[in-house]
Design a protein around this ligand. Structure first.
Ligand SMILES: [Mn+2]
Length: 314
Protein backbone atom coordinates (compact mmCIF):
# COMPACT_ATOMS: atom_id res chain seq x y z
CA UNK A 1 0.00 0.00 0.00
CA UNK A 2 2.83 2.39 0.79
CA UNK A 3 5.03 1.18 -2.09
CA UNK A 4 4.26 4.21 -4.28
CA UNK A 5 5.20 6.58 -1.48
CA UNK A 6 8.49 4.74 -1.06
CA UNK A 7 9.18 5.01 -4.81
CA UNK A 8 8.32 8.71 -4.79
CA UNK A 9 10.75 9.35 -1.95
CA UNK A 10 13.48 7.07 -3.32
CA UNK A 11 13.31 8.72 -6.74
CA UNK A 12 13.09 12.30 -5.49
CA UNK A 13 15.48 14.67 -3.81
CA UNK A 14 13.50 17.73 -2.81
CA UNK A 15 10.17 17.63 -0.97
CA UNK A 16 7.69 19.99 0.58
CA UNK A 17 5.32 19.06 3.41
CA UNK A 18 2.23 21.13 4.04
CA UNK A 19 -0.97 21.06 6.08
CA UNK A 20 -4.05 23.12 6.82
CA UNK A 21 -4.70 26.71 7.85
CA UNK A 22 -5.33 27.22 11.58
CA UNK A 23 -3.07 24.25 12.21
CA UNK A 24 -3.92 21.94 15.11
CA UNK A 25 -1.64 19.47 16.88
CA UNK A 26 -2.10 16.78 14.24
CA UNK A 27 -1.34 19.23 11.42
CA UNK A 28 1.83 20.62 12.99
CA UNK A 29 3.02 17.33 14.51
CA UNK A 30 2.45 15.32 11.34
CA UNK A 31 4.07 17.93 9.08
CA UNK A 32 7.10 18.31 11.34
CA UNK A 33 7.49 14.54 11.87
CA UNK A 34 7.35 13.82 8.14
CA UNK A 35 9.78 16.60 7.29
CA UNK A 36 12.24 15.45 9.97
CA UNK A 37 11.93 11.88 8.69
CA UNK A 38 12.61 12.95 5.09
CA UNK A 39 15.65 14.91 6.24
CA UNK A 40 16.77 11.82 8.17
CA UNK A 41 16.54 9.85 4.92
CA UNK A 42 19.01 12.31 3.40
CA UNK A 43 16.43 14.33 1.47
CA UNK A 44 16.03 18.07 1.12
CA UNK A 45 12.72 18.80 2.85
CA UNK A 46 10.83 21.85 4.06
CA UNK A 47 7.47 22.59 5.68
CA UNK A 48 4.98 25.17 4.44
CA UNK A 49 2.17 26.25 6.77
CA UNK A 50 0.18 29.31 5.78
CA UNK A 51 -0.38 30.28 9.42
CA UNK A 52 2.04 30.65 12.28
CA UNK A 53 2.47 27.68 14.60
CA UNK A 54 0.05 28.23 17.53
CA UNK A 55 1.80 28.98 20.81
CA UNK A 56 0.88 25.65 22.38
CA UNK A 57 2.74 23.76 19.62
CA UNK A 58 5.85 25.93 19.56
CA UNK A 59 7.68 23.51 21.84
CA UNK A 60 7.51 20.84 19.13
CA UNK A 61 10.92 19.96 17.71
CA UNK A 62 10.88 21.66 14.34
CA UNK A 63 12.63 21.02 11.05
CA UNK A 64 15.27 23.55 9.93
CA UNK A 65 13.04 24.94 7.17
CA UNK A 66 9.50 26.01 8.14
CA UNK A 67 7.98 28.56 5.76
CA UNK A 68 4.83 30.62 6.03
CA UNK A 69 4.99 31.81 2.42
CA UNK A 70 4.76 29.14 -0.24
CA UNK A 71 8.35 28.57 -1.40
CA UNK A 72 9.19 28.49 -5.12
CA UNK A 73 8.39 25.18 -6.74
CA UNK A 74 10.90 22.63 -7.92
CA UNK A 75 9.72 19.96 -5.51
CA UNK A 76 9.70 16.36 -6.64
CA UNK A 77 6.55 15.87 -4.57
CA UNK A 78 4.44 17.81 -2.10
CA UNK A 79 3.05 15.90 0.89
CA UNK A 80 -0.28 17.31 2.06
CA UNK A 81 -1.09 15.99 5.52
CA UNK A 82 -4.33 16.22 7.53
CA UNK A 83 -6.25 18.13 4.81
CA UNK A 84 -9.59 16.77 3.64
CA UNK A 85 -9.58 19.27 0.82
CA UNK A 86 -6.62 20.91 -0.94
CA UNK A 87 -8.13 24.38 -0.44
CA UNK A 88 -7.51 23.92 3.31
CA UNK A 89 -3.81 24.50 2.61
CA UNK A 90 -4.71 28.17 2.18
CA UNK A 91 -2.58 30.54 0.11
CA UNK A 92 -0.89 28.80 -2.77
CA UNK A 93 -3.16 25.75 -2.92
CA UNK A 94 -4.04 26.50 -6.56
CA UNK A 95 -0.47 26.54 -7.77
CA UNK A 96 0.22 23.34 -5.79
CA UNK A 97 -2.82 21.72 -7.39
CA UNK A 98 -1.71 22.68 -10.88
CA UNK A 99 2.01 22.12 -10.75
CA UNK A 100 2.89 19.57 -8.13
CA UNK A 101 2.87 15.84 -7.63
CA UNK A 102 0.70 15.61 -4.53
CA UNK A 103 0.80 12.91 -1.88
CA UNK A 104 -2.36 13.19 0.21
CA UNK A 105 -2.11 11.59 3.67
CA UNK A 106 -5.22 12.10 5.76
CA UNK A 107 -7.97 10.69 7.98
CA UNK A 108 -10.94 12.96 7.13
CA UNK A 109 -13.99 11.10 5.91
CA UNK A 110 -14.73 14.05 3.61
CA UNK A 111 -11.35 13.74 1.84
CA UNK A 112 -11.87 14.05 -1.89
CA UNK A 113 -8.68 12.21 -2.97
CA UNK A 114 -7.07 15.29 -4.54
CA UNK A 115 -3.58 13.76 -4.72
CA UNK A 116 -1.71 11.70 -7.27
CA UNK A 117 -1.19 9.34 -4.34
CA UNK A 118 -3.91 9.18 -1.69
CA UNK A 119 -3.48 7.42 1.62
CA UNK A 120 -6.73 8.19 3.37
CA UNK A 121 -8.07 6.16 6.28
CA UNK A 122 -10.98 7.70 8.13
CA UNK A 123 -10.69 5.03 10.82
CA UNK A 124 -7.29 6.33 11.89
CA UNK A 125 -7.29 8.42 15.06
CA UNK A 126 -5.12 11.02 13.41
CA UNK A 127 -3.02 11.67 10.35
CA UNK A 128 -0.04 10.96 12.60
CA UNK A 129 -1.27 7.39 13.05
CA UNK A 130 -1.20 6.80 9.27
CA UNK A 131 2.13 8.57 9.04
CA UNK A 132 3.54 6.30 11.73
CA UNK A 133 2.71 3.30 9.51
CA UNK A 134 4.20 5.05 6.46
CA UNK A 135 7.42 5.89 8.31
CA UNK A 136 7.68 2.31 9.63
CA UNK A 137 7.34 0.95 6.12
CA UNK A 138 10.10 3.32 4.97
CA UNK A 139 12.41 2.06 7.70
CA UNK A 140 12.71 5.52 9.26
CA UNK A 141 14.60 5.69 12.54
CA UNK A 142 12.26 7.25 15.11
CA UNK A 143 14.28 9.93 16.84
CA UNK A 144 13.02 11.58 20.02
CA UNK A 145 12.11 14.64 17.93
CA UNK A 146 10.01 12.67 15.46
CA UNK A 147 8.41 10.75 18.34
CA UNK A 148 7.43 13.93 20.21
CA UNK A 149 5.70 15.27 17.11
CA UNK A 150 3.80 12.05 16.45
CA UNK A 151 2.84 11.60 20.11
CA UNK A 152 1.52 15.16 20.37
CA UNK A 153 -0.47 14.76 17.16
CA UNK A 154 -2.17 11.60 18.43
CA UNK A 155 -2.98 12.91 21.89
CA UNK A 156 -4.40 16.19 20.61
CA UNK A 157 -6.55 14.55 17.90
CA UNK A 158 -7.95 12.02 20.39
CA UNK A 159 -8.59 14.72 23.03
CA UNK A 160 -6.04 12.94 25.22
CA UNK A 161 -7.65 9.55 24.58
CA UNK A 162 -11.20 10.73 25.31
CA UNK A 163 -12.80 10.71 21.84
CA UNK A 164 -14.19 7.66 20.13
CA UNK A 165 -11.27 7.59 17.69
CA UNK A 166 -9.20 6.40 20.67
CA UNK A 167 -8.20 2.91 19.63
CA UNK A 168 -5.76 0.32 20.81
CA UNK A 169 -3.45 1.42 18.00
CA UNK A 170 -3.56 5.06 19.15
CA UNK A 171 -2.43 3.92 22.60
CA UNK A 172 0.18 1.54 21.26
CA UNK A 173 1.75 4.20 19.01
CA UNK A 174 1.94 6.58 21.96
CA UNK A 175 3.40 3.87 24.16
CA UNK A 176 6.04 3.19 21.52
CA UNK A 177 6.81 6.91 21.17
CA UNK A 178 7.36 7.16 24.94
CA UNK A 179 9.86 4.35 24.45
CA UNK A 180 11.64 6.60 21.94
CA UNK A 181 12.05 9.30 24.56
CA UNK A 182 8.81 11.31 24.64
CA UNK A 183 8.03 12.89 28.00
CA UNK A 184 4.22 12.85 28.42
CA UNK A 185 4.38 15.41 31.23
CA UNK A 186 6.46 17.77 29.08
CA UNK A 187 4.00 17.49 26.19
CA UNK A 188 0.95 17.94 28.46
CA UNK A 189 2.51 20.93 30.23
CA UNK A 190 3.09 22.67 26.91
CA UNK A 191 -0.17 21.78 25.21
CA UNK A 192 -2.58 22.09 28.14
CA UNK A 193 -0.97 24.24 30.85
CA UNK A 194 0.76 26.93 28.90
CA UNK A 195 -1.99 29.43 28.14
CA UNK A 196 -1.63 33.17 28.51
CA UNK A 197 -4.17 34.61 30.96
CA UNK A 198 -5.73 36.52 28.06
CA UNK A 199 -7.20 33.22 26.84
CA UNK A 200 -9.33 33.09 29.97
CA UNK A 201 -10.35 36.73 29.68
CA UNK A 202 -11.51 35.88 26.17
CA UNK A 203 -13.28 32.77 27.47
CA UNK A 204 -15.27 34.91 29.93
CA UNK A 205 -16.61 37.02 27.07
CA UNK A 206 -17.36 33.96 24.95
CA UNK A 207 -19.18 32.09 27.73
CA UNK A 208 -21.34 35.15 28.31
CA UNK A 209 -22.80 34.51 24.82
CA UNK A 210 -23.58 30.85 25.54
CA UNK A 211 -27.09 29.79 24.69
CA UNK A 212 -28.73 26.42 24.48
CA UNK A 213 -31.35 25.59 21.89
CA UNK A 214 -33.61 22.68 20.97
CA UNK A 215 -34.31 21.63 24.57
CA UNK A 216 -30.69 22.25 25.58
CA UNK A 217 -29.43 19.75 23.04
CA UNK A 218 -27.56 22.37 21.01
CA UNK A 219 -25.07 24.72 22.67
CA UNK A 220 -23.93 27.76 20.79
CA UNK A 221 -21.42 30.49 21.60
CA UNK A 222 -19.83 33.32 19.72
CA UNK A 223 -16.35 34.80 19.40
CA UNK A 224 -16.18 38.17 17.71
CA UNK A 225 -13.36 40.28 16.36
CA UNK A 226 -14.21 42.83 19.05
CA UNK A 227 -13.65 40.22 21.79
CA UNK A 228 -10.24 39.39 20.33
CA UNK A 229 -9.21 43.04 20.27
CA UNK A 230 -10.55 43.75 23.76
CA UNK A 231 -8.54 40.88 25.23
CA UNK A 232 -5.50 41.24 22.92
CA UNK A 233 -6.00 37.72 21.62
CA UNK A 234 -6.45 36.00 18.28
CA UNK A 235 -8.02 32.84 16.87
CA UNK A 236 -5.35 30.56 18.34
CA UNK A 237 -6.50 31.56 21.86
CA UNK A 238 -10.01 30.26 21.21
CA UNK A 239 -8.87 26.81 20.12
CA UNK A 240 -10.70 24.21 22.18
CA UNK A 241 -13.48 26.51 23.46
CA UNK A 242 -16.05 24.46 21.57
CA UNK A 243 -15.02 21.45 23.65
CA UNK A 244 -16.18 23.20 26.85
CA UNK A 245 -19.67 23.63 25.40
CA UNK A 246 -19.84 19.90 24.80
CA UNK A 247 -19.27 19.25 28.51
CA UNK A 248 -22.86 20.31 29.31
CA UNK A 249 -24.76 17.13 30.16
CA UNK A 250 -27.78 17.58 27.91
CA UNK A 251 -25.84 18.87 24.92
CA UNK A 252 -25.64 16.69 21.81
CA UNK A 253 -24.09 19.27 19.50
CA UNK A 254 -21.84 22.21 20.36
CA UNK A 255 -21.15 25.04 17.93
CA UNK A 256 -18.68 27.86 18.26
CA UNK A 257 -19.08 30.68 15.78
CA UNK A 258 -15.89 32.64 15.27
CA UNK A 259 -16.19 35.89 13.38
CA UNK A 260 -13.53 36.06 10.66
CA UNK A 261 -14.82 39.19 8.91
CA UNK A 262 -17.92 41.31 9.29
CA UNK A 263 -20.92 38.96 8.96
CA UNK A 264 -18.69 35.97 8.23
CA UNK A 265 -18.18 33.10 10.65
CA UNK A 266 -16.07 30.00 10.95
CA UNK A 267 -18.37 27.46 12.59
CA UNK A 268 -16.76 24.69 14.63
CA UNK A 269 -19.06 21.79 15.46
CA UNK A 270 -18.68 18.95 17.94
CA UNK A 271 -21.09 16.15 18.73
CA UNK A 272 -21.29 13.73 21.60
CA UNK A 273 -23.52 10.84 20.63
CA UNK A 274 -25.08 9.93 17.34
CA UNK A 275 -25.23 13.22 15.50
CA UNK A 276 -23.05 13.30 12.38
CA UNK A 277 -21.70 16.85 12.26
CA UNK A 278 -19.52 16.08 9.23
CA UNK A 279 -22.57 15.60 7.02
CA UNK A 280 -24.11 18.84 8.32
CA UNK A 281 -20.81 20.67 7.73
CA UNK A 282 -20.59 19.21 4.22
CA UNK A 283 -24.14 20.34 3.41
CA UNK A 284 -22.98 23.85 4.35
CA UNK A 285 -19.83 23.71 2.22
CA UNK A 286 -17.40 22.51 4.91
CA UNK A 287 -16.17 19.12 6.08
CA UNK A 288 -14.56 17.15 8.86
CA UNK A 289 -15.17 14.11 10.99
CA UNK A 290 -18.44 12.64 12.32
CA UNK A 291 -17.90 14.21 15.74
CA UNK A 292 -15.76 17.23 14.87
CA UNK A 293 -16.34 19.30 11.77
CA UNK A 294 -16.59 22.85 10.54
CA UNK A 295 -17.71 25.20 7.83
CA UNK A 296 -17.90 28.88 6.98
CA UNK A 297 -21.21 30.76 7.07
CA UNK A 298 -22.20 34.26 6.10
CA UNK A 299 -25.13 36.46 7.03
CA UNK A 300 -26.86 37.75 10.13
CA UNK A 301 -26.56 35.70 13.27
CA UNK A 302 -30.22 34.84 13.72
CA UNK A 303 -30.40 33.43 10.21
CA UNK A 304 -27.24 31.41 10.75
CA UNK A 305 -28.58 30.02 14.04
CA UNK A 306 -31.84 29.01 12.37
CA UNK A 307 -30.01 27.29 9.54
CA UNK A 308 -27.93 25.37 12.08
CA UNK A 309 -30.93 24.37 14.20
CA UNK A 310 -32.69 23.15 11.06
CA UNK A 311 -29.64 21.28 9.81
CA UNK A 312 -29.14 19.32 13.04
CA UNK A 313 -32.86 18.45 13.28
CA UNK A 314 -32.60 17.87 17.04
MN1 LIG B 1 -6.24 15.30 12.19
Amino acid sequence: MFQRIKETIDNGRKFLVTSHVDPDGDAVGSAFALCLALTGLGKDAAVYLQDAVPYRYRFLPRPAAVHHELPEDGYDAVFVVDCGDLRRVGNGHESLGHKSFLVNIDHHESNDAFGQINIVDERASSTAEILYLVLKSLGVRFTGDIATNLYTAVITDTGSFRYDNTTERAFSICREMVGFGVSPVHVAANVYENHPKERFQLLCLVLATLETLSDDRIALALVTGDMFSRTHTSAEHSEGFVEYLKEIDSVEVACLLRETAHGKYKVSMRSKNGVDVASVARSLGGGGHRKAAGCTMEGDLDTIKNILIGAFSL
